[in-house]
Design a protein around this ligand. Structure first.
Ligand SMILES: [Ca+2]
Length: 436
């Protein structure tokens, strides 16, 4: 209980600041939680579980959950700089070869930040969002810049599609940015048919590019209890596809499935995945996932793995029963336990990315996760095999900036984070205080 005792003073302050509100993405900020792990895999995820290696029939190992609190470490002091303000729910950040950053904002807006330093000039990028369905948690969401952007000027977003205000689906859309950065035009719908809710709830949706160039997409279950365990639905999954063609990759775990949607599925049994991070040098992929009122999760992905969320209780419960465990090992003994759960309060974990480079000193290699409701960054140190070794909450970003959403490592090695409080949101640049 040492961790709990250490956090108690902060918890009291956070509670005094008020912590009402619903679960997940729409919750209030300020609820710290206790960061206990609900599970620690005794069988470390294999470093060979890369996106390129698994055969379709790879069995998911049985990994017993072993409770226990993680070790805590004291992070070095961080410097936080406000690069720009005036954003509205900055959802994701893409870095361009000219040193600028492209930000997607949930109501349906691209903003180009021309320099990555405080006081940077931010300009609007005109784009057609006439079909965007921006409601609740849905709208314009994640974004990836294509690796060949210097020649193609392509980037791909994930967004709710609903012309005339009627929710149709969530889709991946590829855009081309004009040479002057003043406008973006649609090139193609890369993938359509991701389910959506009329409320916008649990829309996901985080694209990230894996080490092998595959596009990985974390999706949400749209608060439909049947979807997470239904491998023929694209909701409540991590998808894996070709960034150029939109086709599922031939070495996906269910590539031979009769139903075309299932061929995209890399992992299933998820609730709402909004963080997808590729561990440098290992090919391991980590996700951050919203829990219900408890147990947000950080997971390491295994191709074909079931992550154990089933609010339909095997189809016996109608609707969406959120009292089931985030990883239901009774119903799915082969489900893959999280490497960390937030415990009895929700942090509303959102984005995830790895800190890498000598700039970060002792934090080099740590996984950083943003929290919406928790309004903080969480740092996770992993061991060589990929299991959680220790955890820290930097005080500089604990409540100071409100809800934090996007997290991407910039070309300068600094961490860039967006706030998501709804008005005058900021792009933050975060580096170790001791860095030059
Ligand atoms: Ca799970």
């Amino acid at each position: 209980m040492n961790l709990l005792r250490a956090l108690t003073p902060v918890l009291v302050v956070a509670l005094a600041a008020g912590c009402s509100g619903g679960p997940g993405d729409q919750g209030d900020q300020g609820n710290l939680g206790t960061v206990p792990p609900a599970g620690r895999p005794s069988l470390a995820p294999s470093a060979t579980a890369s996106p390129t290696s698994p055969p379709a029939s790879l069995p998911v190992p049985t990994v017993p959950a072993v409770g226990g609190e993680p070790a805590r470490f004291s992070p070095p002091a961080l410097r936080v700089e406000v690069i720009t303000r005036g954003l509205e729910h900055g959802w994701d950040i893409g870095f361009l070869p000219d040193g600028s950053a492209l930000i997607s904002e949930r109501p349906g807006r691209f903003t180009l930040v021309r320099q990555l330093r405080p006081g940077a000039r931010a300009t609007r990028v005109s784009a057609d969002f006439s079909d965007l369905f921006a409601r609740g948690e849905g709208g314009l969401m994640g974004l990836v810049v294509h690796p060949d952007f210097a020649s193609s000027r392509l980037f791909t977003t994930c967004q709710n599609h609903g012309p005339g205000g009627r929710a149709i689906d969530i889709r991946l859309v590829t855009w081309r940015l004009a040479g002057d950065g003043g406008s973006a035009t649609r090139v193609r719908d890369l993938l359509t048919g991701l389910p959506t809710a009329g409320s916008g709830r649990h829309s996901g949706c985080r694209p990230s590019i894996a080490a092998d160039g595959a596009l990985l997409v974390g999706t949400g279950d749209t608060a439909d209890g049947a979807l997470p365990q239904d491998r023929t639905s694209l909701g409540g999954k991590v998808l894996r596809l070709n960034l150029t063609t939109g086709e599922p990759l031939p070495d996906n775990p269910f590539a031979a499935a009769a139903q075309p949607a299932e061929r995209y599925v890399y992992t299933y049994g998820h609730r709402n995945v909004q963080g997808v991070a590729v561990r440098p040098g290992s090919g391991q992929v980590y996700t951050a996932e919203h829990g219900p009122r408890v147990n947000d999760e950080v997971n390491v992905l295994r191709a074909g793995g079931n992550y154990g969320w089933d609010p339909s209780r095997g189809g016996t419960a109608g609707g969406y029963d959120e009292d089931v465990p985030m990883t239901d090992l009774d119903r799915f003994p082969d489900a893959v336990p999280a490497i960390w759960q937030t415990g009895q309060t929700t942090q509303a974990l959102c984005a995830a990315t790895f800190l890498t480079g000598s700039l970060w000193g002792e934090l080099d290699g740590a996984l950083v996760v943003t929290a919406l409701r928790g309004a903080k960054l969480v740092l996770l140190r992993l061991d060589a095999a990929g299991a959680l070794a220790a955890i820290a909450i930097p005080p500089e970003t604990n409540g100071e900036y409100g809800r934090l959403r996007a997290a991407r490592l910039g070309p300068d090695g600094a961490l860039y984070v967006t706030t998501t409080n709804g008005s005058d949101d900021a792009l933050l640049r975060i580096t170790p205080e001791a860095a030059p």
